[in-house]
Design a protein around this ligand. Structure first.
Ligand code: ADP
Length: 169
């Protein structure tokens, strides 16, 4: 059984086995939660991302996929990078957002991570409406079979926190 928890705060301040990053496909850093993770985690994370780009991920990480690196100076063992879909009004991309959470949990299981912190993937610059992002995130984690014992959603602001907690009410 995976316990689902909600915290309002900064994901880079969490003590967990793995922190999920809402990365972009370049894996070379960006704004939002990605920028915050690299800033606080230090250069080791970017160095590993560069190695991934030089190896198996030459074209970058595809939308809906996930891959792990060290967590550098963060209070975690791993960062799991996943690339959320950009929201589209004309095309339903929700399966790709579902895939981000499923693949992140699959990678967590491979690593042996038991506690995992998630941000609201795609709900920032990528424009996903918060309520729908929350529904997909919580529903997918709840319905995915995993050895992860605690999935902690870390929401930056009150609106996101309310949208996520409403999913289990
Ligand atoms: P995306 O490009 O996938 O939309 P963003 O990083 O722009 O990713 O935003 C995803 C969510 O993460 C947004 O709700 C944003 O407010 C939130 N966020 C930004 N910084 C942090 C942080 N340090 N901790 C937790 N959540 C954060």
């Amino acid at each position: 059984m995976t316990a689902i928890e909600f915290v309002q705060g900064d994901i880079t301040r969490q003590s967990v086995d793995a922190i999920v990053n809402a990365a972009n496909s370049s894996l070379l850093g960006g704004g939002g939660v990605d920028g915050a993770i690299h800033r606080r985690g230090g250069p080791e994370i970017l160095a590993e991302c560069r190695k991934l780009r030089a190896g198996h991920y030459g074209k970058g990480l595809r939308t809906g996929q996930a891959v792990a690196t060290t967590a550098g100076r963060l209070d975690a063992r791993w960062v799991i990078h996943t690339v959320g879909p950009v929201f589209s009004r004309s095309e339903d991309r929700s399966e790709l957002l579902v895939s981000c959470y499923r693949e992140s949990l699959r990678v967590a299981d491979e690593l042996g991570a038991r506690t995992v912190a998630f941000p609201a993937v795609s709900a920032g610059v990528y424009g996903w409406p918060m309520d729908d992002a929350a529904r997909i995130a919580v529903g997918t984690v709840r319905d995915t079979e995993t050895a992860v014992t605690e999935a902690r959603f870390v929401l930056f602001d009150e609106q996101a926190y309310e949208a996520f907690t409403a999913q289990l009410r």
